[in-house]
Write a protein that binds this ligand. Structure first.
Ligand code: M6R
Length: 603
């Protein structure tokens, strides 16, 4: 979690390097926005600016700085130590010779801090990152590659680092282990980033650092060393970056832009699926020959996508499927058959818990399929195969289009693999209705906005649903709490009577997701039970649900010709809009809600 950016240019031509570095950092803010900092070298001295809050707070500091030739910067999501300037990166050593930015966790930092103390070196911040900085400085005897090798060898944990040293005014050093770091090169600049989308060039040659590699970067060249300090040839890949993907366009927030993008993404996924029969050729042989169990591993919204699709897998592929939260699974001992297929779902491909669980599964020599959005991310490098959801960069911390693209890809995959041709054809012929439902929904946002205004006055919410509408309710509840900070819980509607109904009163709103035809009658009865106890109800239900309309205080109708498997997509989008408009009323920071970060690279 945390973003690292660096840039370096030929000193005689370098212009506004600090501003360029800040611009790169601003594109990485989705990774954390508790504090920010930037460092450079001016007249043989380390120059550093730090601030709490977002990157733009640094703008004022750099107006009068001269044209420097390199800079490294950091945007932080606090792990070790409070949100303060002292704990913000870059960190420097006691002699102020080097400056370092770090993403990741140094697990043995306490031990190392103690050793440093024994040698008279005292850290002033509460961070593990400063310990690493002091350690490198301690081992530095004139050769930075050697110092890095020795220090990093002592480190347990994950890191991506960039550092500068006053004795090397033309070089940025970098290294990584279990954390992404990519170096991009174009005609006039070399940049270094936690994510390729922060690069300023439209076309760049990219060098992805592998675990424990160390890079020495000047404006002319990138030299990569392996962990024994031997030079290593690395292959470049060419990146084409579309700057439009990083702009909000006409939308006030990335979240709203990304909600609207779901319509086009759905059509794109369906068209690719219908026209490319070889699309899933990698997974088919594994599933058809011997898979007797599927284990889906994910966190957050990706976990909800897994839950929703699991019933479709069981019904149409008849393969027992369990969906496990990665942070739990990694410390459990699941009973897995030797023909288990693991499917790891992750937008970022960098979620630490998902990666940890996947590594455990790989140690058991079981195949791992990744469903991912970010090309070249760590998950895609450790999985046996990857299917990309191609949702485009998701900037808003709150996942919308990645969630729906994961769901769609997995559902289309199940349709592709099922032998139940009758059911398959019915569902396929229904896909056009899904497109129409999306059109309908996205042209009726004003009604959702009005409902959101009314319900934003409440403080507690229950989201209920049955069958696939239950994980859909979990996802809707997550959206609301994440961006509005309102208390919300999701429950299977039928479970309410086993305890949670005790909470119902006139102040607790129930949001009912009634998009599952099979259980429509059942959820209607559950709503009657809630109404009898004076609970306000807002129902999202199929057009023509007369009884629900009579029970609920408010209803939002959705098309009634959707297949039960595809309702979660439409209902989730309706509830994304609801959460968005409540957040507008609450005036929260929608794209970067408090305490969160886009990819959670710590445990
Ligand atoms: O990148 P991932 O899909 O692995 O991320 C998993 C969760 O951190 C993520 O879905 C999170 O819950 C979102 N902020 C939800 O909107």
């Amino acid at each position: 979690m945390c973003g690292i950016f660096g840039c370096i240019e030929e000193s005689s031509k370098a212009k506004k390097i600090l501003i360029k570095c800040l611009n790169g950092l601003k594109k990485l803010e989705y990774r954390g926005y508790d504090s920010a900092g930037i460092a450079s070298i001016e007249n043989g001295r380390i120059l550093q600016y730090k601030t709490t809050g977002k990157v733009h707070s640094l703008d004022k500091n750099i107006i009068n700085t001269k044209d420097l030739s390199l800079a490294i910067g950091h945007t932080r999501w606090a792990t070790h130590g409070a949100i303060s300037e002292k704990n913000a990166h870059p960190h420097t050593d006691t002699s102020k010779s080097l400056s370092l930015v770090h993403n990741g966790i140094i697990e043995n930092y306490k031990e190392l801090q103690y050793e440093l103390k024994q040698n008279g070196i005292h850290c002033i911040s509460d961070t593990d990152s400063e310990v690493l900085t002091q350690l490198i400085a301690y081992y530095f005897k004139g050769n930075m590659i050697k110092a890095l090798q020795t220090a990093l060898d002592k480190i347990e944990g994950s890191f991506a680092i960039a550092l500068i040293h006053k004795d090397f005014p033309d070089t940025i050093f970098a290294s990584s282990r279990d954390a992404p770091l990519v170096i991009g090169k174009s005609k006039n600049t070399i940049q270094l980033s936690s994510d390729v989308h922060a690069f300023s060039g439209k076309t760049m040659k990219a060098t992805f650092l592998a675990d424990n590699e160390i890079a020495s970067i000047t404006h002319k060249e990138i030299t990569v060393y392996n962990e024994e300090g031997k030079k290593k040839e690395k292959e470049d890949s060419v990146l084409h970056i579309d700057p439009k993907q990083h702009s909000k366009g006409p939308y006030p927030h990335f979240m709203l832009k990304e909600i609207f993008e779901q319509k086009i993404n759905f059509s794109k996924s369906v068209d690719t699926f219908l026209t490319n029969d070889n699309l899933h050729h990698e997974i088919r042989p594994i599933l058809e020959t011997n898979t007797d169990q599927i284990l889906i591993i994910a966190c957050g919204s990706s976990y909800h996508a897994g839950l929703i699709v699991s019933s479709m897998i069981e019904e149409l592929l008849s393969i027992p499927t369990q969906v496990r939260i990665a942070s739990e699974l990694r410390y459990q001992s699941p009973a897995l058959t030797k023909n288990t297929l693991a499917i790891a779902i992750s937008q970022s491909g960098e979620t630490c818990d998902t990666l940890g669980a996947v590594k455990n599964i790989k140690n058991k020599k079981l195949p791992v399929f990744a469903i991912c959005n970010v090309k070249g991310s760590t998950l895609t490098r450790i999985a046996d195969h990857t299917l990309y959801i191609d949702a485009g960069p998701e900037i808003s911390v709150c996942s919308t289009k990645a969630f729906s693209a994961q769901l769609t890809l997995l559902q289309l995959l199940v349709l592709h693999l099922t032998k139940d041709n009758l059911k398959k054809n019915i569902i396929l012929s229904n896909l056009t209705s899904v497109k129409h439902a999306l059109d309908y929904l996205l042209s009726h946002t004003a009604k959702i906005e009005k409902l959101a205004k009314k319900y934003s006055l409440y403080e507690k919410f229950f989201f209920i649903g049955r069958d696939v509408m239950y994980p859909t309710a979990m996802e809707a509840s997550l959206k609301l709490k994440e961006i509005t900070y309102l208390m919300s819980i999701a429950y299977p509607a039928g479970e309410m009577k086993h305890g949670p109904i005790a909470l119902i009163d006139s102040k607790l709103v129930t949001i009912a997701l009634c998009g599952n035809e099979k259980t429509l009658g059942k959820i209607t009865s559950n709503l009657i039970e809630i109404k009898s106890r004076n609970g306000p109800i807002l129902a999202f239900c199929p057009k023509g649900s007369k009884e629900i309309e009579e029970i609920a205080d408010d209803t939002f109708f959705l098309p009634n010709n959707l297949d039960d498997f595809f309702s979660p997509l439409i209902y989730s989008i309706a509830l994304q809009l609801f959460a968005y408009f409540v957040a507008i009323e609450k005036k929260t920071d929608i794209d970067q809600p408090r305490n969160l970060a886009k990819s959670v690279t710590v445990e």
